[in-house]
Design a protein around this ligand. Structure first.
Ligand code: GLY
Length: 567
């Protein structure tokens, strides 16, 4: 019997490989962690564990969100943060949905041309490196807003584990050792005094974060306002201004989060719930998925030439719209409903043919009457009550602006680079921006973060998201398709090789050594420009899938130290 099952598995494997024309995925038939009740998947084992412990203690997904966010700020300074911002999409057990925008804001003294020289040229690195690239942080306000509206445990229970972790210290992984090494030059360039991360840290060393533990203790004792109006606010502003920055106490005092209505759309029998502007994630995801829905992707096969063509062409068209129409909805009017309407999207794909690549120079934003980065981190949570949370949070670049406030123990973001400094000039992710995303005081910069929740037949199916700057949207989409169209497990869906196109530059990025030469060569013959070198990693997806028997399967991306924990 065992032999027959093995033979059947082998046969299925051969058929599915043949159908998809790709190399077999390394983890064929592999499932991720399975749990009965609840799960957290994040970039670090310490954070997933702290989140899962909160759930075990009786806390809900929202309590675990706050605890995981803080634990990542300690264990994963590369992107976890209290000096940055992010977005959360949620679905409560009763089906209610919502979204929180705790994105950074431009300081009051920010101006449209603040990154241009007297000749109108972009000043290199001014929006990416150092104090002028910092936006007013939103993460602490985000944590407290979530806890106040949706949490259940006392805030002390939620903040304490991160404080303890900071005091006890975090063991450095091999991947972290490499990252610290890669960023030494920038750390030295930006910071006046030597910082904690300049030491020659090696894998298995333990870093203790005493200054951060003190900051978190003050926040635990005095609440949200400690960060925005209290002693921490004053010390942060002094530090920023000593370094020549423009953020004031008024900027911090005026910061607030915004509860938003998520973007929802249907794809086959799925309902997809994703982040609304100022993230482009939800609208762009909806556009791409609605443009590809009429095609038989499952028949074409996973990562086959035809599937790559259809997805690439939809991505090209969606990213062209992103660049033109999207920005902070509190400042610009976005034709959201039209952008994701059937007629508009059918029209957008009308110029697509399987015979030949469309040129990005022939695609501009669609004609609509307007009435009037890679370095982020994501965590997914499903609790024992059936609530789900999908959060993507960021400092923008790895270690943000690289400016580290040693006094308070955290890095500051370089989120100002997500604005378009000058329409037509690409940001650090190569994204071209337009007027809708120009800089203004208190405006939020456009994002690609795409925290997403998927329902099937009215029931929760998946919580998913990823870092990766401009590649976030396309990685989230491929993960959903991998489960829905290509019947992969959550872990396989997360691990499968990915590709990406974003209109400009007009090139399809492939993960190196992951796609067979025949596929790449056939795409080149059809007129696609391809690049297998520039994107060693496309996204680092963390997701949770609700299985048919009600159990949960975690997908923790093999590309990082990501870990699923639960019970
Ligand atoms: N900073 C990357 C993003 O918001 O998309």
């Amino acid at each position: 019997m065992k032999k027959i099952i093995l033979l059947a598995l082998l046969l299925v494997s051969i058929i599915s490989c043949k159908k998809s024309f790709t190399k077999p995925i390394v983890d064929e038939f592999k499932r991720g962690l399975i749990t009965d009740h609840a799960m957290v998947v994040s970039a670090r084992v310490e954070a997933s564990k702290i989140g899962a412990d909160i759930l075990k203690k009786g806390g809900n997904a929202f309590d675990a969100m706050a605890a995981t966010q803080l634990a990542l700020a300690v264990a994963y300074p590369f992107a976890g943060n209290i000096g940055g911002g992010g977005f959360m999409v949620y679905r409560k057990a009763n089906g209610d949905i919502g979204a929180l925008d705790f994105r950074e804001k431009a300081p009051l003294a920010a101006t449209k041309d603040m990154y241009l020289d007297s000749l109108g040229n972009v000043i290199p690195e001014k929006s990416t490196l150092g104090v002028m690239s910092v936006g007013v942080p939103g993460s602490v306000a985000g944590i407290f807003a979530v806890h106040e509206k949706l949490g259940s445990l006392p805030i002390e229970d939620i903040i304490k584990p991160a404080i303890e972790l900071a005091k006890k210290g975090v063991v450095i992984t091999e991947k972290q050792e490499k990252k610290f090494k890669n960023y030494q030059e920038s750390f030295r360039k930006v910071n006046k005094d030597s910082i904690l991360f300049e030491k020659d840290w090696k894998a298995n060393d333990t870093i203790k974060y005493n200054a951060l533990a003190e900051t978190l203790t003050r926040i635990m004792t005095n609440g949200r306002d400690e960060f925005y109006k209290g002693e921490t606010a004053k010390r942060l502003v002094s530090f920023i201004q000593e370094n020549g920055g423009i953020i004031t106490e008024e900027d911090l005092a005026k910061y607030d989060v915004s509860w938003r209505t998520p973007i929802t759309f249907e794809y086959d029998d799925l309902k997809i719930i994703s982040m609304s502007p100022p993230s482009s994630g939800g609208i762009c995801l909806a556009q791409i998925m609605e443009m590809i829905e009429p095609y038989d992707l499952d028949q074409f096969g996973h990562n086959s030439v035809k599937s790559i063509q259809v997805i690439t062409e939809a991505e090209r068209r969606a990213y062209a719209d992103r660049s033109y129409y999207l920005g902070d909805p509190d400042f610009v009017s976005i034709p959201g409903e039209t952008l994701i309407s059937d007629n508009y999207l059918k029209d957008r794909m009308a110029s697509f043919s399987f015979d030949k690549a469309t040129l990005s120079s022939d695609v501009t934003h669609g004609d609509i009457q307007v009435v009037e980065s890679n370095e982020t981190t994501h965590y997914s949570i499903i609790d024992q009550f059936g609530n789900s949370v999908s959060v993507t949070t960021t400092l923008n670049g790895g270690y943000g602006s690289k400016l580290y406030c040693s006094d308070l123990g955290f890095f500051l973001n370089n989120e100002m680079d997500d604005f378009s400094s000058k329409p037509g000039v690409p940001n650090m992710f190569g994204l071209i921006g337009a007027e809708a995303n120009s800089i203004a005081p208190e405006k939020r910069m456009l994002s690609s973060m795409t925290p997403t929740i998927v329902e099937k037949d009215g029931k929760l199916l998946m919580s998913v998201g990823t870092p990766g700057g401009s590649t976030i949207i396309t990685s989230v989409m491929q993960t959903i398709l991998n489960v829905h169209e290509y019947s992969m497990t959550m872990q396989q869906a997360v691990n499968a090789p990915r590709f990406h196109h974003q209109w400009l530059p007009d090139v399809v990025l492939f993960e190196p050594n992951s796609f067979p030469n025949e596929i790449i060569e056939e795409l080149q013959r059809l007129g696609y420009k391809t690049d297998e070198k520039r994107a060693p990693v496309i996204g680092k997806v963390d997701g949770i899938l609700v299985l048919e028997n009600g159990k949960l399967e975690g997908g923790a991306d093999r590309r990082g130290d990501d870990t699923a924990t639960g019970y």
